[in-house]
Design a protein around this ligand. Structure first.
Ligand SMILES: [Zn+2]
Length: 373
């Protein structure tokens, strides 16, 4: 199966019920682009099969609940792109070992959080305003997004140390719990990972970020909650069921894994679960698959959850507002690190995502990786 045939795959679904369900969330259509060009050796070499280029099939998918949309055209991945000098990533990572986030330098150049401990009483500088864990420690962010905005810095310089992810996430949650203890209104938590420069990560050394907000969750998360609540039925259950029907979703250890039909950008994968522990168990394998099998080096990851999934003492009214909202992880590939062209343009920012990777390839690799383990 391939995304270019999504219209046919949808049509071939035997059950009337299945296609009705798909139509409740997704609008799927196709477009054909035709062109003429000089049949020069240069263009033939670059574009290969002429027929496929002269008549291009585009798959257009719109999520009519959240109004995310994607345009798939596999030909776009063959565009020539201007690339910079080849960066040997492994070498670059090694060269920067001993950086500002490495121990012990990190303890003197990164700040701690004022809500953690009492800096006057703490004699050990490595513990001032920080949480210390086996494989990581927390730091405050110098330039904050919000009132509570911190970092989990890995003790391992290498950003791809996925095997300790449970400890990293544990540290972020402990940080949130400590902030929340001092400020009961701070209940909206998000964990983020911007891995390497294409994803907005300015420092190579492994680190994730977390923030905690008050009053309302961040706009995009509120939008998703409100869209799901406006849907007649259980939006997240149907979303997974549709992906499963189309061969783009499966379950692994209590986690629903989907190669998303309206990805924000390349290879976007969604993980849904009711239980944070299950996500924590599966997530390192998903990231390992992204890295080893799909060749992803620079990615964004966000972990979103209802307030009561993170804190015990959330008010009943707020629990009601978030009822049915799962623990949701979104991961997206931000492209080749050696490529100077950014992956997002005016289309992605203001209109629709344009995608060249095939979600069927992504789900195939994820299935193999997760079922092996
Ligand atoms: Zn480092």
């Amino acid at each position: 199966m391939k995304i270019a045939n999504l219209d046919l795959i949808r049509e071939s679904l035997q059950t009337e019920e299945g296609s009705r369900l798909i139509d409740r969330i997704f609008d799927i259509r196709t477009a054909e682009g035709r062109l003429i060009y000089p049949e020069s050796p240069e263009i033939i070499k670059r574009l290969g099969e002429m027929d496929q280029v002269k008549r291009q099939k585009i798959i257009k998918v719109t999520n009519t609940v959240t109004w995310e949309s994607a345009l798939f055209n596999e030909l776009r991945s063959r565009r020539p792109l201007q690339t910079s000098d080849k960066v040997e990533l492994e070498e670059e990572i090694r060269r920067l070992d001993g950086c500002h986030f490495c121990i012990p330098k990190a303890y003197s150049v990164t700040p701690g959080d004022a809500f953690i401990g009492d800096p006057q009483l703490e004699r050990d500088v490595s513990r001032r305003g920080r949480i210390q864990r086996e494989t990581c420690f927390s730091a405050s962010n110098f330039g904050k997004y919000d009132g509570y905005h911190g970092l989990v810095i890995f003790k391992d310089h290498n950003p791809f140390s996925f095997e300790h992810l449970a400890d990293y996430i544990g540290c972020a949650l402990q940080w949130a719990e400590m902030a929340h203890e001092k400020d009961r209104d701070a209940i909206y938590f998000i964990l983020m990972w911007n891995c390497l420069w294409k994803a907005g990560g300015s420092i190579i050394h492994g680190h994730i970020q977390m923030s905690l907000s008050k009053g309302l969750h961040y706009g995009k998360i509120e939008h998703l909650l409100r869209a799901a609540r406006g849907y007649q039925g259980d939006y997240f259950r149907d979303l997974f069921r549709i992906h499963e029907l189309l061969g783009l979703g499966f379950r692994a250890k209590g986690v629903e894994v989907m190669a998303y039909l309206t990805p924000i950008k390349e290879k976007e994968t969604l993980l849904l679960a009711e239980d944070l522990d299950k996500i924590i168990e599966v997530l390192p394998k998903v990231l390992r698959c992204f890295h080893d099998r799909l060749g992803v080096r620079s990615f964004n990851l966000a972990l979103l959850a209802a307030p009561h999934a993170v804190f015990q003492d959330v008010e009943e009214k707020e629990k009601q507002r978030w009822s049915g909202f799962p623990i949701l992880v979104r991961i997206v590939d931000r492209g080749d690190l050696t490529n100077r062209t950014t992956d997002m343009g005016a289309m992605e920012l203001y209109a629709s995502s344009v995608i060249s990777s095939d979600p069927y390839r992504v789900i195939e690799e994820l299935k193999e990786a997760l079922q092996q383990s």
